[in-house]
Design a protein around this ligand. Structure first.
Ligand SMILES: *[C@@H]1O[C@H](CO)[C@@H](O)[C@H](O)[C@H]1NC(C)=O
Ligand SMILES: *[C@@H]1O[C@H](CO)[C@@H](O)[C@H](O)[C@H]1NC(C)=O
Ligand SMILES: *[C@@H]1O[C@H](CO)[C@@H](O)[C@H](O)[C@H]1NC(C)=O
Ligand SMILES: *[C@@H]1O[C@H](CO)[C@@H](O)[C@H](O)[C@H]1NC(C)=O
Ligand SMILES: *[C@@H]1O[C@H](CO)[C@@H](O)[C@H](O)[C@H]1NC(C)=O
Ligand SMILES: *[C@@H]1O[C@H](CO)[C@@H](O)[C@H](O)[C@H]1NC(C)=O
Length: 929
């Protein structure tokens, strides 16, 4: 036995030695001439701007086997593999602009030359991620009968409807990668294929509208990736017979909502299951215990309910689990307990963020030695964070934000977290005040501790964070001056949020590349200069002073990318300077509540993409320059509380056709309201109060269609409203509502508020009955004008009215009986007119006190005068101006919501939801692929 083994060993040694010497001898063999020519022709027909194929040169002595990307068979010299893909240029891997640019330079372009078909022995062809390549036809592929691996990801397939038929002619194909192709659609002509050896099929990120049914008949298939397509309908049960499947990803498709299909639980060889964001609902069945081979489970962004902890002790191979954004309502301790039964050493990533988990975190959490990613964000987890979390020596990402955690965080919680790069605990009732000499063991890139108790001292430990790029320590009770080391940390911040603290002192410059929020502090001195790449700057509600010109006009050759500039509520003075052409990207400009004077410069009209312009409460004067008619995308214009004069410009109606809010309140505008205003079909709020406007209320007000419909929600979404200017996807709006809903609810307020305020002008004539068409109007204030005539009978049609003020006019006649139909009315003021007769009986009208009716000749409850005593003067008590104050307050609350929406929600939106939802999504895509 032993002798046999030894002789076998010797025999093997001889074979190995022979093979090695043979290979050595062979390495000088030139490649096959015809294939060299084919490669050269292939190169010749390609566009290779950066000369990636510079080693592919002509010459008889050239060995094409040594060319970049070419691998030959050691025995025959045939070209065996061609590696020309750009794996590093996958969308999710490219993180910086420089990397992206590098990719676009080095991409091969042009139509894929047919010459490749001459490489008859080719086994491996990777042209993936060369997004400039085009496949006009794939007929040439049939010349490659030995092909086992084909990657044409990212290639433009327009014209190549034959992709499937052709690939069908490759009997040996094992892997087919056609991900993220341009214009790759279903091929309806194909019903069956015969790739008997195909094991890996990647058709992710295309525009497929249905799952190709032919794939259900492929016996060797173990890997199917169909994520990011447009596949609708029910999830087909054809998968149920594919029991050898190991990888199945159907995420991000448009399937109709359903529970997790039963048959799926039978695929017990599955290692990767991706069912993210496909409308799954209902409970997760205990049958999930069958999926015991699963290492990666992604059921996130669905509407799954119930509990999961009972089943986790059967999923003993789990390395990554993502159930985030569902409605799972386990006790978090039971999830930890169940996972710790057999996954302690295996679990690397756990995302249960945005669910309904409750209860306390337990010490067992510290025993998952390999845990690198943990998100429990946005649940209802209470109690303290256990010290054991500090033992997670592999933890890189920790997010427990938006829970109800309480108690103190201490150095102990971080004792072994040497690898931590993301730390978020924001919006809890936690206190974190480590010893000022503490040196953290980690170097975080991303720290989000907003709405925690960190102050009053500025967190000293931050000075050891040399890799910081995103920092949020807003609402943290920090006071005093920002230490100088803070601005000198070796990195450049990308996002920085220090808002809502009590920080003081001046800011000499802002080394931040994308977003800065310093609002609601006590900063003083001039506005700090910013980097040309900055996108969002929030400095409102501070004591910044001086002129704008230094900030806006300092010479910079680079085009500014600033999109949002909010420097409202400061002590800025002087004129608005003429440098707006330097800020072409501005979308939102808020200069409200400062001490600015002078006229609006004509150059403001060069801000063509602006959506929101708020100059409220300054000392600006003159006419509104007609150059502003070019700002066709303006949605919100607030010029109130200044000294603007001239007539209300008719061009606002002609040219600013998307206006949702027009506020000219408290200025010196005079003349008539132009009929053109009625063309503003999106107008939700019109406030012209407290000017010198005369003439009649235009009859055409009934054309203001946003106020004439009750279906405002639909209208708002249909218009994409303001959100499209930032991220153009309702996904992000949903994310905002979803993640922020618990704390702020302004987003729906803009949708709901509709208001007309023309009070305190010199309007004459009658209230036209057309006004009654504004069935969606919620607040109407016409008080303190010179209006006469009767209140139109059809005012009762305005079913949405919550506030109506017609006081201090010359209206006469009776209160129309239709008033009793105004069911939502909660504020009414008809005082000081010449109204007569009985107040109509209704639950609503009698619920107001008599001050709503005072100063008329009305009778019946709630006024004290009894109607039977005809002709007597009602009991007039001087109620002062209570009514106006109430109404004024109401209106400013309404406007406060709208304008506040931008102050409060927009920054939060960018800092939290954007980052977490968007980048996280990309991260996850990356981790999946
Ligand atoms: C050819 O030989 C090299 C080493 O000389 C080896 O790395 C490579 O895998 C071989 N290729 C094939 C196709 O056998
Ligand atoms: C695959 O089927 C096509 C027809 O659908 C046929 O032309 C081709 O020869 C078949 N290939 C193999 C390897 O059987
Ligand atoms: C921290 O990690 C080190 C080495 O990885 C280990 O020896 C030590 O016990 C750990 N400390 C805690 C508190 O887990
Ligand atoms: C506003 O500016 C005027 C001069 O333009 C100045 O007299 C006044 O003091 C300023 N007010 C504040 C609060 O700075
Ligand atoms: C404003 O609208 C009027 C009428 O539609 C049009 O003639 C004019 O060119 C528009 N102005 C601009 C700057 O678009
Ligand atoms: C009103 O909106 C709902 C959805 O919010 C929609 O189903 C309905 O069709 C809309 N009605 C009209 C008249 O647009």
């Amino acid at each position: 036995m032993r002798a046999v083994a030894i002789s076998l060993f010797v025999f093997l040694l001889v074979i190995v030695a022979t093979v090695i010497s043979f290979c050595d001898g062979n390495s000088n063999v030139l490649c096959i001439e015809s294939e060299r020519q084919a490669l050269l022709k292939f190169k010749h027909d390609l566009i290779d701007e950066t000369n990636r194929l510079s080693s592919w040169i002509e010459g008889d002595q050239e060995d094409c086997c040594k060319w970049v990307g070419v691998l030959c068979d050691n025995w025959t010299g045939h070209v065996y593999e061609l590696h020309l893909g750009l794996l590093s240029c996958r969308l999710d891997k490219v993180t910086t602009v420089a990397e992206r640019d590098a990719c676009y330079r080095s991409m091969l372009g042009g139509a894929i030359p047919h010459k490749l078909g001459n490489l008859s022995k080719l086994h491996y062809l990777d042209l993936g991620r060369n997004y400039h390549l085009e496949a006009k036809t794939l007929q040439w592929v049939s010349g490659l009968p030995s092909l086992q691996y084909l990657d044409l990801s990212g290639v433009n397939f327009s014209g190549a409807t034959d992709w499937l038929q052709v690939a069908n002619k490759l009997p040996s194909l094992v892997e087919l990668h056609l991900s993220d192709c341009i214009n790759l659609y279903n091929d309806p002509s194909i019903v069956s294929v015969n790739y008997t050896s195909l094991a890996v099929l990647d058709l992710s990120s295309n525009s497929l509208s249905a799952i190709p049914t032919w794939l259900f008949n492929l016996p060797s298939l173990v890997y199917i990736n169909l994520n990011w397509n447009d596949i609708g309908g029910v999830i087909p049960n054809g998968f149920q017979n594919m029991s050898s499947l190991k990888f199945l990803d159907l995420s991000w498709n448009a399937f109709s909502p359903s529970s997790i299909p039963r048959w799926l639980y039978n695929l017990n060889h599955l290692q990767f299951l991706g069912l993210r964001s496909i409308g799954l609902q209902g409970n997760i069945s205990s049958a999930i215990r069958n999926l015991s081979s699963v290492t990666h489970l992604d059921l996130s962004e669905n509407m799954l309910e119930g509990t999961i902890s009972n089943f986790l002790d059967s999923l003993c191979n789990l390395r990554e689990m993502d159930l985030s954004r569902n409605k799972i309502h386990d006790e978090v301790s039971e999830i930890i307990q169940s996972l710790s039964k057999c996954n302690l050493d295996r679990l690397e990533s756990l995302n249960m963020g945005v669910n309904k988990l409750s209860g306390h975190l337990t010490d067992a959490l510290g025993r998952f030695k390999n845990l690198a990613y943990l998100s429990l964000r946005e649940n209802f987890i209470s109690g303290p964070i256990p010290f054991s979390i500090g033992q997670l020596g592999n933890l890189e990402y920790l997010d427990v934000g938006n829970n109800m955690l309480e108690g103190n965080l201490s150095e102990m919680h971080f004792s072994n977290l040497t690898r931590l790069t993301t730390f978020s605990a924001s919006n809890n009732m936690l206190t974190f005040k480590p010893n000022s000499s503490w040196i953290p063991p980690f170097h975080c890139v991303n720290i989000d501790l907003g709405n925690l108790h960190l102050g009053p001292q500025f967190p000293q430990w931050l000075q050891f964070q040399k890799n910081l790029s995103i920092l949020d320590i807003s609402h943290a009770g920090i006071s005093g001056v920002i230490p100088t080391w803070f601005w000198n940390l070796s990195t450049q911040y990308v996002h920085l949020n220090l808002s809502h603290n009590q920080l003081v002192g001046g800011i000499s410059y802002l080394p931040v590349t994308r977003l800065v929020d310093l609002s609601s502090n006590q900063f003083t001195g001039p506005l700090p200069p910013v980097l040309p790449s900055l996108g969002y700057l929030f400095l409102s509600t501070n004591f910044f002073s001086g002129s704008l010109s230094h900030f806006l006009c300092i010479s910079s050759t680079k085009v500014r990318s600033l999109t949002i500039l909010d420097i409202g509520s400061n002590l800025l003075s002087g004129e608005i300077p003429h440098c707006w052409e330097k800020w072409p990207a501005l979308d939102v400009l808020k200069l409200a509540n400062n001490n600015l004077t002078g006229k609006i410069p004509v150059s403001l009209g060069s801000l063509l993409s602006i959506r929101l312009l708020n100059l409220r409460n300054n000392s600006l004067f003159g006419e509104v320059p007609s150059a502003m008619q070019q700002i066709a995308d303006l949605k919100i214009l607030d010029l109130s509380e200044n000294q603007f004069s001239g007539s209300v410009p008719a061009w606002m109606g002609e040219n600013l056709t998307g206006l949702m809010v027009l506020n000219l309140r408290s200025n010196n505008f005079h003349g008539h309201i132009p009929d053109k205003i009625c063309a503003l079909h999106s107008l939700q709020i019109l406030d012209l109060a407290s000017n010198n406007i005369s003439g009649a209320i235009p009859k055409c007000f009934s054309n203001l269609s946003a106020m004439a419909t009750k279906n405002k929600t639909l209208w708002y979404f249909a218009n994409g409203a303001i959100w499209d200017s930032f991220l153009s996807m309702s996904y992000f709006l949903d994310a905002l509502l979803f993640t922020r809903g618990r704390e702020f609810d302004y987003s729906t307020t803009l949708v709901l508020v509709t208001s007309i305020d023309l009070s305190a002008n010199s309007l004459r004539g009658e209230i036209s009955k057309e006004l009654g068409n504004l069935v969606g109007l919620m607040s109407l204030n016409l008080s303190r004008n010179l209006l006469t005539g009767k209140i139109p009978e059809n005012i009762g049609n305005m079913e949405s009215l919550e506030s109506l003020d017609l006081s201090m006019n010359r209206l006469y006649g009776e209160i129309p009986s239709s008033f009793s139909g105004l069911n939502f009315l909660n504020h009414l003021n008809l005082s000081y007119n010449k109204l007569t007769g009985q107040i109509p009986l209704s639950t609503q009208l009698q619920s107001f006190d008599m001050f709503s009716y005072i100063g008329n000749h009305l009778c019946g409850p709630p006024v004290t005068k009894n109607c039977s005593a005809n002709g007597a003067t009602p009991n007039v008590t001087n109620a002062g101006s209570k009514g106006y104050k109430v109404n004024g307050l109401y209106v400013s609350i309404v406007l406060g919501f709208v304008i506040g929406f931008w102050a409060v929600v927009a920054p939060l939106f960018f800092i939290r939801s954007w980052r977490f939802a968007y980048y996280h999504k990309l991260d996850d895509v990356g981790r999946q692929l």
